[in-house]
Design a protein around this ligand. Structure first.
Ligand SMILES: C[S@@+](CC[C@H](N)C(=O)[O-])C[C@H]1O[C@@H](n2cnc3c(N)ncnc32)[C@H](O)[C@@H]1O
Length: 280
Protein backbone atom coordinates (compact mmCIF):
# COMPACT_ATOMS: atom_id res chain seq x y z
CA UNK A 1 0.00 0.00 0.00
CA UNK A 2 1.19 3.55 -0.74
CA UNK A 3 0.52 6.65 1.37
CA UNK A 4 -1.85 8.03 -1.25
CA UNK A 5 -4.02 4.91 -1.06
CA UNK A 6 -5.05 5.84 2.49
CA UNK A 7 -8.51 7.34 2.74
CA UNK A 8 -8.12 9.35 5.94
CA UNK A 9 -11.77 10.40 6.07
CA UNK A 10 -12.93 6.76 6.05
CA UNK A 11 -10.21 5.82 8.55
CA UNK A 12 -11.45 8.64 10.80
CA UNK A 13 -15.02 7.30 10.59
CA UNK A 14 -13.89 3.76 11.37
CA UNK A 15 -11.77 4.88 14.32
CA UNK A 16 -14.70 6.86 15.75
CA UNK A 17 -16.77 3.67 15.78
CA UNK A 18 -14.18 1.97 18.00
CA UNK A 19 -13.95 4.63 20.69
CA UNK A 20 -15.16 3.82 24.21
CA UNK A 21 -17.62 6.68 24.45
CA UNK A 22 -20.50 7.11 22.01
CA UNK A 23 -20.59 10.43 20.14
CA UNK A 24 -22.35 13.14 22.13
CA UNK A 25 -25.70 14.39 20.89
CA UNK A 26 -27.00 17.96 21.09
CA UNK A 27 -28.94 16.93 24.23
CA UNK A 28 -25.76 15.55 25.85
CA UNK A 29 -24.04 18.90 25.31
CA UNK A 30 -27.10 20.78 26.59
CA UNK A 31 -27.00 18.70 29.72
CA UNK A 32 -23.26 19.34 30.26
CA UNK A 33 -23.26 23.07 29.44
CA UNK A 34 -23.24 24.53 32.99
CA UNK A 35 -20.49 22.20 34.23
CA UNK A 36 -18.45 22.63 31.07
CA UNK A 37 -18.59 26.42 31.45
CA UNK A 38 -17.49 26.22 35.10
CA UNK A 39 -14.48 24.09 34.26
CA UNK A 40 -13.39 25.71 31.00
CA UNK A 41 -14.08 29.46 30.88
CA UNK A 42 -10.99 30.26 32.94
CA UNK A 43 -8.80 27.32 32.02
CA UNK A 44 -5.16 27.60 31.06
CA UNK A 45 -6.16 26.25 27.59
CA UNK A 46 -7.69 29.67 26.87
CA UNK A 47 -4.58 31.64 27.91
CA UNK A 48 -2.27 29.40 25.91
CA UNK A 49 -4.52 29.39 22.81
CA UNK A 50 -4.99 33.18 22.81
CA UNK A 51 -1.24 33.77 23.29
CA UNK A 52 -0.42 31.80 20.12
CA UNK A 53 -1.82 34.33 17.61
CA UNK A 54 -1.47 38.05 16.83
CA UNK A 55 -5.19 38.99 16.95
CA UNK A 56 -5.95 42.17 15.02
CA UNK A 57 -8.56 44.69 16.27
CA UNK A 58 -10.14 45.02 12.79
CA UNK A 59 -10.68 41.25 12.39
CA UNK A 60 -13.99 39.39 12.43
CA UNK A 61 -13.94 35.87 13.90
CA UNK A 62 -16.23 32.88 13.45
CA UNK A 63 -16.05 30.43 16.38
CA UNK A 64 -17.79 27.16 15.40
CA UNK A 65 -18.71 24.81 18.23
CA UNK A 66 -18.11 27.77 20.51
CA UNK A 67 -19.54 26.09 23.62
CA UNK A 68 -20.10 28.53 26.51
CA UNK A 69 -17.81 31.07 24.82
CA UNK A 70 -14.48 29.63 26.00
CA UNK A 71 -12.72 31.50 23.19
CA UNK A 72 -15.49 33.80 21.86
CA UNK A 73 -15.51 35.81 25.12
CA UNK A 74 -11.76 36.57 25.35
CA UNK A 75 -11.64 37.08 21.57
CA UNK A 76 -14.41 39.69 21.70
CA UNK A 77 -11.96 41.90 23.64
CA UNK A 78 -9.32 41.52 20.93
CA UNK A 79 -11.16 41.63 17.58
CA UNK A 80 -13.92 43.77 16.06
CA UNK A 81 -16.72 41.19 16.09
CA UNK A 82 -17.24 37.53 16.89
CA UNK A 83 -19.86 35.17 15.46
CA UNK A 84 -20.35 32.31 17.92
CA UNK A 85 -21.97 29.19 16.46
CA UNK A 86 -23.06 26.01 18.26
CA UNK A 87 -25.92 23.51 18.00
CA UNK A 88 -26.46 23.38 21.78
CA UNK A 89 -29.11 25.76 23.14
CA UNK A 90 -27.73 25.55 26.68
CA UNK A 91 -24.14 26.26 25.61
CA UNK A 92 -25.32 29.38 23.77
CA UNK A 93 -27.36 30.40 26.84
CA UNK A 94 -24.22 30.13 29.01
CA UNK A 95 -22.37 32.29 26.48
CA UNK A 96 -25.09 34.94 26.34
CA UNK A 97 -25.29 35.17 30.15
CA UNK A 98 -21.53 35.59 30.43
CA UNK A 99 -21.42 38.06 27.55
CA UNK A 100 -23.97 40.23 29.36
CA UNK A 101 -22.15 39.86 32.69
CA UNK A 102 -18.91 41.04 31.04
CA UNK A 103 -20.68 43.87 29.19
CA UNK A 104 -19.55 42.65 25.76
CA UNK A 105 -21.67 43.75 22.78
CA UNK A 106 -19.78 42.42 19.79
CA UNK A 107 -20.70 38.71 19.88
CA UNK A 108 -23.52 37.46 17.61
CA UNK A 109 -24.87 34.04 18.41
CA UNK A 110 -26.08 31.53 15.81
CA UNK A 111 -27.62 28.16 16.61
CA UNK A 112 -26.47 25.76 13.90
CA UNK A 113 -24.67 22.46 13.44
CA UNK A 114 -21.52 21.73 11.48
CA UNK A 115 -23.68 19.70 9.12
CA UNK A 116 -26.14 22.55 8.37
CA UNK A 117 -26.08 24.72 5.26
CA UNK A 118 -24.29 27.76 6.66
CA UNK A 119 -24.84 30.01 3.68
CA UNK A 120 -28.61 29.38 3.95
CA UNK A 121 -28.26 30.53 7.58
CA UNK A 122 -26.68 33.75 6.32
CA UNK A 123 -23.16 32.92 7.55
CA UNK A 124 -20.42 34.56 5.52
CA UNK A 125 -16.63 34.08 5.55
CA UNK A 126 -14.82 35.79 8.44
CA UNK A 127 -11.19 36.90 8.79
CA UNK A 128 -10.52 34.12 11.29
CA UNK A 129 -12.35 30.82 11.47
CA UNK A 130 -11.91 28.82 14.67
CA UNK A 131 -12.96 25.26 15.48
CA UNK A 132 -11.73 24.60 19.00
CA UNK A 133 -12.30 21.08 20.34
CA UNK A 134 -15.55 20.93 18.39
CA UNK A 135 -14.87 18.76 15.33
CA UNK A 136 -17.08 15.90 16.53
CA UNK A 137 -18.31 15.22 13.02
CA UNK A 138 -18.59 12.14 10.85
CA UNK A 139 -17.45 13.87 7.68
CA UNK A 140 -14.20 15.43 8.87
CA UNK A 141 -13.05 16.26 5.34
CA UNK A 142 -16.32 18.12 4.71
CA UNK A 143 -15.88 20.14 7.92
CA UNK A 144 -12.26 20.98 7.10
CA UNK A 145 -13.23 22.12 3.62
CA UNK A 146 -15.88 24.29 5.25
CA UNK A 147 -13.35 25.79 7.68
CA UNK A 148 -11.02 26.66 4.82
CA UNK A 149 -13.87 28.24 2.90
CA UNK A 150 -15.12 30.36 5.81
CA UNK A 151 -11.62 31.63 6.76
CA UNK A 152 -10.54 34.72 4.84
CA UNK A 153 -7.15 35.17 6.51
CA UNK A 154 -6.53 32.52 9.13
CA UNK A 155 -8.00 29.13 10.05
CA UNK A 156 -7.40 27.58 13.47
CA UNK A 157 -8.37 24.18 14.85
CA UNK A 158 -7.94 22.97 18.43
CA UNK A 159 -7.78 19.18 18.25
CA UNK A 160 -7.24 16.32 20.63
CA UNK A 161 -3.86 14.61 21.02
CA UNK A 162 -4.20 11.02 22.21
CA UNK A 163 -6.65 10.88 25.12
CA UNK A 164 -6.94 14.71 25.14
CA UNK A 165 -8.92 15.78 28.22
CA UNK A 166 -9.64 12.21 29.32
CA UNK A 167 -7.49 10.82 32.12
CA UNK A 168 -6.30 7.30 31.21
CA UNK A 169 -5.16 6.89 34.84
CA UNK A 170 -8.76 7.15 36.01
CA UNK A 171 -9.94 4.39 33.69
CA UNK A 172 -7.04 2.17 34.80
CA UNK A 173 -7.97 2.83 38.45
CA UNK A 174 -11.60 1.92 37.76
CA UNK A 175 -10.53 -1.24 35.93
CA UNK A 176 -12.21 -0.07 32.70
CA UNK A 177 -10.67 -0.13 29.27
CA UNK A 178 -10.52 3.15 27.42
CA UNK A 179 -10.20 3.76 23.67
CA UNK A 180 -10.03 7.53 23.06
CA UNK A 181 -10.88 7.55 19.35
CA UNK A 182 -9.08 9.39 16.52
CA UNK A 183 -6.97 12.45 17.20
CA UNK A 184 -5.32 15.38 15.39
CA UNK A 185 -3.17 13.22 13.12
CA UNK A 186 -6.24 12.39 11.01
CA UNK A 187 -7.04 16.11 10.69
CA UNK A 188 -3.50 16.89 9.64
CA UNK A 189 -3.44 14.14 7.01
CA UNK A 190 -6.79 15.16 5.51
CA UNK A 191 -5.60 18.78 5.35
CA UNK A 192 -2.43 17.62 3.61
CA UNK A 193 -4.56 15.71 1.12
CA UNK A 194 -6.54 18.92 0.52
CA UNK A 195 -3.28 20.70 -0.28
CA UNK A 196 -3.27 22.61 3.02
CA UNK A 197 0.11 22.47 4.76
CA UNK A 198 -0.79 23.51 8.27
CA UNK A 199 1.33 24.52 11.22
CA UNK A 200 0.98 22.56 14.46
CA UNK A 201 1.62 23.76 18.01
CA UNK A 202 0.72 22.02 21.21
CA UNK A 203 -0.99 22.99 24.42
CA UNK A 204 -0.20 20.87 27.45
CA UNK A 205 -2.35 21.14 30.53
CA UNK A 206 -0.64 19.68 33.56
CA UNK A 207 -2.40 19.42 36.88
CA UNK A 208 -5.80 21.02 37.28
CA UNK A 209 -6.50 23.82 39.80
CA UNK A 210 -9.73 22.97 41.56
CA UNK A 211 -11.71 24.76 44.31
CA UNK A 212 -12.82 21.75 46.35
CA UNK A 213 -13.23 17.98 46.61
CA UNK A 214 -16.72 18.02 45.06
CA UNK A 215 -15.49 19.79 41.93
CA UNK A 216 -12.53 17.42 41.75
CA UNK A 217 -14.97 14.52 41.65
CA UNK A 218 -17.07 16.28 39.00
CA UNK A 219 -14.01 17.03 36.90
CA UNK A 220 -13.54 13.26 36.52
CA UNK A 221 -17.15 12.10 36.57
CA UNK A 222 -17.93 13.77 33.22
CA UNK A 223 -15.49 11.33 31.59
CA UNK A 224 -17.77 8.41 32.43
CA UNK A 225 -20.33 7.68 29.70
CA UNK A 226 -23.88 8.27 30.97
CA UNK A 227 -25.01 4.93 29.55
CA UNK A 228 -22.32 3.10 31.58
CA UNK A 229 -22.69 4.58 35.09
CA UNK A 230 -20.29 3.73 37.89
CA UNK A 231 -20.95 0.66 40.01
CA UNK A 232 -20.72 1.00 43.81
CA UNK A 233 -17.23 -0.52 43.72
CA UNK A 234 -16.16 1.91 40.96
CA UNK A 235 -17.50 4.86 42.96
CA UNK A 236 -15.23 3.82 45.86
CA UNK A 237 -12.28 3.60 43.48
CA UNK A 238 -13.05 7.02 42.03
CA UNK A 239 -13.08 8.60 45.50
CA UNK A 240 -9.80 6.91 46.43
CA UNK A 241 -8.31 8.08 43.12
CA UNK A 242 -9.31 11.70 43.80
CA UNK A 243 -8.15 11.66 47.43
CA UNK A 244 -4.75 10.30 46.44
CA UNK A 245 -4.30 13.05 43.83
CA UNK A 246 -5.44 16.20 45.61
CA UNK A 247 -2.70 18.53 46.88
CA UNK A 248 -3.40 21.77 48.79
CA UNK A 249 -2.28 25.06 47.24
CA UNK A 250 -1.10 28.07 49.26
CA UNK A 251 -4.18 30.06 48.07
CA UNK A 252 -6.66 27.61 49.64
CA UNK A 253 -7.53 25.85 46.35
CA UNK A 254 -6.35 22.37 45.35
CA UNK A 255 -4.35 20.77 42.59
CA UNK A 256 -5.70 17.58 41.05
CA UNK A 257 -2.65 15.68 39.82
CA UNK A 258 -2.63 13.73 36.56
CA UNK A 259 -0.01 11.20 35.51
CA UNK A 260 -0.78 11.91 31.84
CA UNK A 261 -1.16 15.63 31.05
CA UNK A 262 -4.05 16.66 28.86
CA UNK A 263 -2.67 17.62 25.44
CA UNK A 264 -4.16 19.55 22.51
CA UNK A 265 -2.88 20.28 19.02
CA UNK A 266 -3.45 23.76 17.65
CA UNK A 267 -3.47 23.44 13.88
CA UNK A 268 -3.46 26.64 11.85
CA UNK A 269 -2.96 27.90 8.32
CA UNK A 270 -2.86 31.35 6.79
CA UNK A 271 -4.97 31.76 3.65
CA UNK A 272 -2.51 34.02 1.88
CA UNK A 273 0.54 32.17 0.65
CA UNK A 274 -1.15 28.77 0.88
CA UNK A 275 -0.51 26.63 -2.16
CA UNK A 276 -4.18 25.90 -2.65
CA UNK A 277 -7.44 27.26 -1.31
CA UNK A 278 -10.30 24.78 -1.19
CA UNK A 279 -13.50 25.37 -3.09
CA UNK A 280 -16.76 24.41 -1.39
C1 LIG B 1 -15.72 20.42 23.90
S1 LIG B 1 -16.87 21.70 23.52
C2 LIG B 1 -15.76 22.97 22.96
C3 LIG B 1 -16.24 24.35 23.26
C4 LIG B 1 -15.21 25.45 22.96
N1 LIG B 1 -14.98 25.60 21.56
C5 LIG B 1 -13.93 25.13 23.71
O1 LIG B 1 -12.88 24.94 23.07
O2 LIG B 1 -13.98 25.10 24.93
C6 LIG B 1 -17.59 21.14 22.02
C7 LIG B 1 -18.71 22.06 21.54
O3 LIG B 1 -19.01 21.69 20.19
C8 LIG B 1 -20.42 21.67 20.05
N2 LIG B 1 -20.73 20.71 18.99
C9 LIG B 1 -20.51 19.37 18.97
N3 LIG B 1 -20.94 18.83 17.81
C10 LIG B 1 -21.44 19.85 17.09
C11 LIG B 1 -22.07 19.93 15.81
N4 LIG B 1 -22.23 18.84 15.06
N5 LIG B 1 -22.47 21.14 15.36
C12 LIG B 1 -22.30 22.26 16.11
N6 LIG B 1 -21.74 22.25 17.35
C13 LIG B 1 -21.32 21.05 17.82
C14 LIG B 1 -20.96 21.24 21.41
O4 LIG B 1 -22.30 21.65 21.61
C15 LIG B 1 -19.99 21.93 22.35
O5 LIG B 1 -20.44 23.20 22.72
Amino acid sequence: MRYHDLDWNTLWQQERRHKSRACRSKQDWDWRARDFAARNLNSSYVDQFIAMFAWQPEWTALDAGCGPGTLSLPLARRVKAVTALDFSTSMLKELTTEQQRQGLRNISVIQAAWEDDWSAAGIVPHDVMIASRSLAVDDLQGALTKIDHYARKLAIIGDRVGAGPFDPGLFAALGRSFVPGPDYIFTLNILHRLGIYAKVDFITLQHQRIPDYEQALNSLLWMIPTDQPLTTEEEKRLKLYVTARLRPRPDGAWLLLRDTPSKWAVISWAKTGNDKSCEL
